[in-house]
Design a protein around this ligand. Structure first.
Ligand code: NAY
Length: 289
């Protein structure tokens, strides 16, 4: 069975501090209403690269407590500071996370040897499994098939969260590594990744659209390709409207319409202005009423 994970959002107060209660409410909605298989904690959607080490640890703790073993959890610990990544990895594993994930080190255009060393350093002395977080559009780091092969030589590296639109590389990875886990991360292209044998998907829009995405995967897997396409088409109307209206703050505004106190995004992400608020209300009315 393919799995669907929501990329967990972090709720912030207006003053850019973390809103613990709001974060808990989004977790609850994902478990109780969306019935997701798991949460990807501390990724891009969580605005984690704009948080302090302590804030990132707090989010792992909230998610661990609130889910209480009901769904899978993956802690994204990657950082351009490898010592921070190691500290976060140890913290998450000590809490009880079974799987961690890490974006490659970014900004300095590290060589592949340096990237490999970073993953080895994160995993050193830890009894855990790791999923590479590949998101070249944001990290600036593209890994080739040969480089994935070298990273996958480490048995603790069990797969990749593949937020990349290179479908040839995805096909090559699937064929070369039938036993590694591949979670796809471009929600609007899910339909194109399903025939390539992905093990599931992780994304921001599943915070609101999980049921439709799960129905799409089920339709595809039962051979009803037409229905799967129709569902993706509705999802894409929704996702493109969200992107046009400023993705993360709009997901939070729609959560608020649903009675979930999702709060704000952290500066320099935008706080809602009247146009954004009315755009989000319109999206809510179109897709959720
Ligand atoms: C995460 O939060 O780490 C992710 O899951 C990344 C995947 C998302 N990418 C980004 C940059 O947010 O869900 C996608 C994306 O928001 C969606 O496909 C809309 O483009």
């Amino acid at each position: 069975m393919r799995k669907l994970y929501a990329a967990l959002m972090t709720s912030f107060n207006k003053d850019n501090t973390i809103n613990e209660q709001g974060t808990r409410e989004m977790i609850r909605y994902n478990i109780d209403h969306n019935e997701v298989d798991g949460l990807y904690v501390g990724g891009s959607t969580g605005e984690s690269f704009m948080q302090s080490t302590e804030e990132r640890e707090l989010v792992y703790k909230i998610a661990y407590e609130e889910t209480a073993g009901k769904v899978d959890l993956i802690a994204q610990v990657g950082s351009v500071d490898v010592m921070e990544a190691k500290k976060l990895a140890k913290y998450a594993v000590d809490l009880g996370y079974k799987t961690i994930s890490a974006v490659p080190p970014f900004y300095y255009h590290f060589s592949f040897e340096q990237i490999k060393n970073y993953y080895d350093m994160i995993l050193e002395g830890l009894n855990t499994q790791l999923i590479i977080y590949s998101i070249p559009a944001l990290s600036g780091v593209s890994l080739s098939l040969d480089q994935f092969t070298k990273l996958f030589d480490n048995p603790k590296i069990i797969g990749v969260k593949y937020t990349n639109n290179d479908f040839l590389l995805l096909q090559r990875l699937r064929a070369a590594f039938p036993d590694k886990v591949i979670y796809f991360g471009t929600d609007e292209m899910l339909i194109s990744a399903l025939p390539l044998g992905i093990d599931g998907a992780i994304g921001s829009t599943f915070n609101l659209n999980a049921k439709r995405a799960k129905a799409e995967m089920a339709a595809f897997d039962s051979g009803d390709i037409k229905k799967a396409f129709e569902l993706q088409n509705v999802s894409n109307d929704f996702i493109l409207d969200l992107i046009d209206n400023d993705l993360y703050p709009s997901i939070k505004l729609i959560f608020e319409e649903l009675g979930v106190h999702a709060g704000y995004s952290k500066a320099p992400m935008s706080k809602p202005n009247p146009a954004m608020a009315s755009g989000a209300k319109k999206i809510y009315e179109t897709y959720f009423k």
